[in-house]
Design a protein around this ligand. Structure first.
Ligand code: NI
Length: 204
């Protein structure tokens, strides 16, 4: 998985899974030796252990998207800690690796959230609104129009239309010269040291 730092990088990210279509997406990523980051919901993780294992096995990255998809800014410190820690334990029990990225549901974070998650918070710079449009062509064109070096693209692999869009997008983006990498790989190549409690939207 060598990355050429002189060529553009793109971080595709998928939230709210694992879902019934995630495996198809992983097969396409694997076929093109491409990577993405999956921010998983804890309560779904134990039902699809095989998917979680596969994400890790093909070099994609697993992040924490809380246990119950709560808006963390409305939670107490104890609730935030539960939402993060429980999902970390679930994921770590499956992939035997520490989870060190969080994406807060709705990108909603405040000082209490930032201090309680004990990881960097990875948000996004390109919002496809795929959950709203539910149309593979529209999502595909949105990504192609907004793709630029260093961007973090937000999608949701729980929608079949999104997975269809991503399956078409992956070879097109590669053909356009993008290296599809995880958010941690992109941070490293761009010279960022991710800090616990900081919020990242893109790497420039
Ligand atoms: Ni979400």
């Amino acid at each position: 998985n060598t990355i050429d730092p002189t060529k553009p990088l793109l971080a595709l990210t998928f939230d709210d899974g694992p879902g019934p279509y995630t495996m198809r997406l992983l097969e396409t990523l694997e076929k093109y030796n491409a990577r993405a980051t999956f921010f998983l919901i804890g309560k779904k993780v134990l039902e699809r252990r095989d998917v979680v294992k596969k994400i890790d096995k093909i070099g994609c990255e697993v992040g924490n998207h809380t246990t119950n998809h709560l808006q963390l800014t409305k939670c107490t410190e104890e609730q935030i800690a539960y939402e993060i820690d429980t999902t970390n334990v679930y994921i770590e029990s499956i992939i035997n690796k520490k989870v060190d990225l969080v994406r807060a549901p709705y990108g909603s974070a405040n000082p209490l959230v930032r201090r309680t998650v004990h990881t960097p918070l990875i948000h996004w710079s390109v919002d496809t609104r795929d959950w709203e449009v539910l149309n593979a062509e529209v999502v595909k064109h949105h990504v192609l129009e907004h793709a630029k070096d260093g961007e973090i693209i937000l999608m949701h692999d729980v929608h079949e239309t999104t997975v269809e869009a991503a399956i078409e997008l992956i070879p097109i983006l590669i053909e356009e010269g993008y290296q599809l990498v995880t958010v941690s790989e992109m941070a490293q190549v761009k010279g960022y040291t991710l800090q616990d409690g900081d919020v990242y939207h893109r790497y420039k």
